[in-house]
Write a new protein. Sequence first.
Length: 494
Amino acid sequence: MKLRSEIPSTRRYTLGLVLSLGLHALPAFPWSFFGLGFDMDVELPEFELTAIELTDIDASFGEEPEPEPTPEPLAIPEAAPPPPADTPEEGVGPEVKEEEEEKEEPKPFGEKKAKLDKVGPPNAYAFAFLAARKASKLKAAPQLVELMAALPDFIYIVDGGGFNVLRDFDYLVIASPNPRAINATFVAVKYRLSQPEMQSGLTRAAAAAGENVEWVQQRGVLVGDPKPVSGRDHDPRVFVFLNNKTAIYVRREFLPAVLAKHGSEDAEDEDAGAVDDSKSMADFVANMTRLRRFASREPNAAVIATVKDIRSKIRKGTATFTIPDALELMVEASDTPEVVIKLDVVKKDEAKQLVQEWNEDLPKLIDKVPFVVRPLVRGLYEGIEVEQSRQQVTLRSQFSETQVSMLLSQATKGTRKIAERNKQLAGMDERAKQRETIWKARKNGKLTPSEALEKLREEEEAKAAGGASGPARDPLEVGPKKPRPGVKPPAGGG
């Protein structure tokens, strides 16, 4: 492969997309597949028995026998102390059985495939998984929240409902067939709150966006359909509460399959419609309440992301390096996390080529990186171990706390660009203060979001009654109510 001295801008963009996942695995975070960009702007026993021999006494014949002495009781020797269970040689410890000596070694982090694509819709190709409770214990937890804070669904559901994404949820999954189409994104959460509390929060979220939610029971399953108070509904997604404290936000066309699998068999629903009985659809629907099972495949992971069918999304002739067909990213739940990236290709020769490009060609490109950031990029590159197994190339690295903080800071710039594009940048700082205020009012989780918000409202009303100008302010209201960010009508007016 020839290394070109000048790479066209489209090729540099494609190359940057792939290599940033390798060199900036942690800050890339799964949300990068849903629009985040990166801008490097610098201002991880044998016993021995004692025999007792008795001798018979013969009296001499023809002699008067001497009077027979009174026999004394036979002295019984003291019992010898029991020998040790083992009698090892001097200086040598007891012999250990071979099977006891060979303890099972823990498997390397990220060895198993996450199979995250089984948790999203069949037509999705980008998937992200967050083990929220594990992530909440990390020093970088606030930065992780900031990375998500510009996502339209985060603003709509989490900020709008007054939830704490790292404390109120155990697991969160995002999947999409088109990361640029917000209303095509699938969301699933395993929540810790009660179902009524979750329902109240989603109702608040819709109200904050100028919508009403109609809650109905369909085949024993609670479904909520948010619709604008006025104007056309451009988001065909509905809220669905499944068993096992799992809630999903899914497009209406998937609802019949969900009700067929998770609904009550003796309940009737005339609107259930036709059911897609394809295996991929059946697997997806069955797996939605098994988030814990998928998390247990790598219990030490805080973040997992998967992208498949990558080559079909890239225009031919725009790639300078070998492009993998699938990618899986795992980030360990640690302040000095191990990061593992698996790159799958179609042929074994392509895997060899990818390793060669990594070892020989990539360093040449790093030499062309601006001098001020070159030590950071080279340090990240040199800390990555590369392995090949058939059609898979694995990149593995350990990150320090300093690297994590620096890279997350750089990645956060991408989220602010998203917010700016969605005209939400002005409210990002205010929403961050709002989240902090609500969590403080919840007394670190002792109160529910509804209880805390009611408490804050009462305080606002007391201030207003005490002479403060203007009406009491809704604690969740950040600026005027307006349609959800990022939701636009599809092409053709559909």
